[in-house]
Design a protein around this ligand. Structure first.
Ligand code: PLP
Length: 447
């Protein structure tokens, strides 16, 4: 890369810190590694970035959650171990939540708290991927959240992946899924919907295919609903009324749902989520589980095998906090989606500016309609690999992550998260993008 001069951030300082970071290839850097590097550049230059590398929610959480946590603490829960399967009030509200917002019925027994969806996925791998010794691990419908593959790696589980974008539509998706599941190695299938990072949303037809294929090949679907209800093109926020957040749960009994409180309730700091296991799967017996757990029961192994071994449950007070927030949205006394619609507005502003200065949206279409504005969007700059783009943008005080680490085939693309942007930053973003385009004129790039 030739040397940049007169960039908005002091070029020598940025170059020095990038070099010192030992991140030889920025497009392979993890989100947290990039966070560290950007912190260092901000500190050394005294200049603030337009930070798009990490999804830090940061909107105000519901007051009822905080109050319920305080009340629980004052009532003395801190000194007592919580039950691993969760406090009753949370189990009840989780069960109501999935009935009211997904239109699915499950027993309270399968509604469990986890330390964020992060732990939910880890525990799901620990049980689902050990249920049949002929199988090897997880099929990821990419692009995806990189840490989940890291979880499989640290567990020693195998995984496969393909870029969903190339197989949109029920027919293509079915053929692709069957070609992989036919090998007989897939214990579980994981995807997020809406998708981090591309923000594409699977349709009912596609979910039906995933469910049917999972049933046919006896694989367990781990549906990651980290961005519950956040396809703002539809209104999934009225309790008990359609449209409901789409879910594979309508098309197979082999499912585990991961419901995060981090984004939709802006509760990321408290590290709590819900895992919902279908009644069928909860009660199912897999003799091979006995290799690792005391029983062959799926649900029992999840609670008294995996979740026990991981953290002996979830912090007591925060379970009351989440229960109170769920109760409020279930009762219709607090809005589920309205507060986070702000992310869609930010995305609109940011995407417009990126496009104005020559960038392109990488994952731009959701089947036949433009991808929704939401928590993430993806960009590229003509003629540049994401490694170069990511590095060059640092000199202009703009940070993101490369799509390379998400399993995307689009190695030119970056994922941009809108959560740390506020509307008053628009002039600064525009100024920086303008400077970037001026220094990298499109007519000079060989396409
Ligand atoms: C797709 C996806 N799954 C899971 C998570 C983690 O959620 P939690 O904060 O509940 O652990 C994230 C967070 O960014 C995510 O994007």
């Amino acid at each position: 890369m030739e040397k940049l001069k007169n960039t908005p951030l002091d070029a020598d300082t940025v170059a020095h810190l990038i070099q010192q970071s030992n991140l030889a290839d920025l497009c392979q850097a993890s989100i947290r590694e990039l966070v560290k590097l950007v912190n260092q550049i901000e500190k050394a230059t005294g200049q603030k970035f337009i930070r798009m590398e990490m999804g830090v929610p940061g909107l105000e959480p519901l007051e009822v959650g905080i109050e319920a946590e305080i009340k629980a603490l004052r009532s003395g829960v801190a000194s007592k171990y919580p039950m691993i399967e969760g406090v009753d009030v949370l189990k009840t509200e989780l069960q109501r939540f999935v009935k009211l917002f997904l239109n699915i019925e499950v027993g309270e027994i399968g509604c469990l708290p986890t330390v964020g969806s992060m732990q939910g996925a880890f525990a799901a791998f620990l049980v689902a991927n050990r249920s049949d010794h002929h199988k090897e691990g997880t099929l990821f419908l990419d692009p995806g959240f990189p840490v989940q593959k890291q979880q499989c790696k640290v567990l020693g589980h195998g995984y496969q992946a393909f870029d969903l974008y190339e197989y949109r539509g029920a027919e293509k998706l079915k053929a692709k899924l069957e070609s992989i599941l036919d090998e007989g190695k897939t214990s579980s299938i994981l995807y997020s919907n809406p998708n981090n990072p591309s923000w594409i949303c699977l349709t009912e037809d596609e979910l039906k295919v995933i469910g049917e294929v999972a049933t046919k090949y006896d694989a367990i679907v781990i549906e990651d609903l980290a961005y519950f209800g956040m396809d703002f093109r539809k209104d999934y926020s009225v309790p008990g009324e359609p449209p409901y957040q789409p879910s594979v749960a309508h098309y197979t009994d082999n499912y585990i749902l991961l419901i995060s409180s981090s984004k939709v309730f802006s509760y990321a700091g408290q590290r709590i989520g819900g895992m919902v296991i279908s009644d069928y799967l909860f009660n199912r017996r897999y003799p091979d589980l006995k290799r690792y757990y005391k029983t062959d029961g799926f649900g029992y192994s999840m609670i008294y095998g995996a979740l026990y071994a991981l953290s002996s449950g979830v912090a007591h007070s925060v379970q009351y906090g989440l229960a109170a927030m769920l109760k409020a949205v279930n009762d219709g006394t607090a809005p589920l989606v309205a507060p986070v619609k702000e992310y869609g507005e930010r995305a609109k502003i940011m995407k417009t500016l990126f496009i104005k200065y020559g960038f392109r949206i990488v994952y731009d279409m959701d089947e036949d309609q433009p991808v929704a504005d939401g928590f993430y969007f993806t960009v590229s700059y003509p003629g540049m690999h994401s490694k170069e783009l990511l590095e060059r943008l640092m000199y202009y005080g703009i940070s993101a992550i490369s799509l390379v680490i998400t399993g995307s085939k689009r190695v030119d693309g970056l994922r941009a998260c809108v959560s740390q942007f506020s509307r008053d930053m628009a002039p600064m973003l525009e100024e920086r993008l303008k400077a970037f385009q001026k220094d990298h004129p499109l007519n000079a790039i060989v396409l």
